[in-house]
Design a protein around this ligand. Sequence first.
Ligand code: NDP
Length: 240
Amino acid sequence: MTSPVLLITGASSGIGRATARLFAEKGYRVFGTSRRPEATAAISGVEFVALDVRDEASVKACTAQVLERAGRIDVLVNNAGYAMVGAVDETSPDEAQALFDTNVLGMLRMVRALLPTMHKQRSGRIVNTSSVLGFLPAPFKGAYASSKHAVEGLSESLDHEVRGFGIRVVLVQPNFTKAELGDNAVSVAASIEAYGLLKQRVSVATGKAMKAAPGPETVAAEILRAAEESYQMRRPVGSG
Ligand code: NDP
């Protein structure tokens, strides 16, 4: 039997890297993406492909390459994304637009490129990385939280459109995870205690004190479950 095929965006670090490694260990044929695949540390069993989700031509080239090499797509994990920290009134529309271009429209571009193949196969699972901020708005995370709320709306709408054709869409909603996202976050404010305030807010909203952040391996394990186990629209990770 041939191995199931996974394409995961943003596999060069953090959650994406841990997820690519886990699926490879589980016997998938794994294609992982990075904007700089040649500079990305190799993972055994993962074929790195160049991708910038902001660029339509790059999305088409990446997905065409995967389909040419593997002939099918079983799981698409839309993981590429970045965070933005700052007060709403300090966030410029240009900064917010750039964030949405990656976090939301990047996902849309990937779906548009691969859904025709999943339709032909009459099978496929799309796992979209949201966040706890996809369902909780939070101070100093207005742009990021609204991008993840958009991810949730897009994903649930899409699931309704494709579920009759053997395809399902799942949202994975990680809490703060020990990964590079914090280091890579774009800060639009000079100096704020955004993370502290945010953690307080999440604790109040979930009624639980925040435990130590889960590692990327914990989120990776949930993404694997989202791809393989019986259907569940939302899969929170580490929110209490
Ligand atoms: P990292 O910063 O470690 O990884 C981000 C990944 O996204 C990298 O592999 C990067 O690849 C890729 N990426 C960024 N921009 C683009 C782009 N324009 N085109 C293609 N790839 C891109 O972050 P995390 O692992 O922490 O985050 C992964 C996902 O999880 C994100 O969607 C994030 O919003 C979500 N998340 C993270 C949480 C956390 O606390 N860490 C909590 C909740 C959700 P490269 O630079 O090589 O191109």
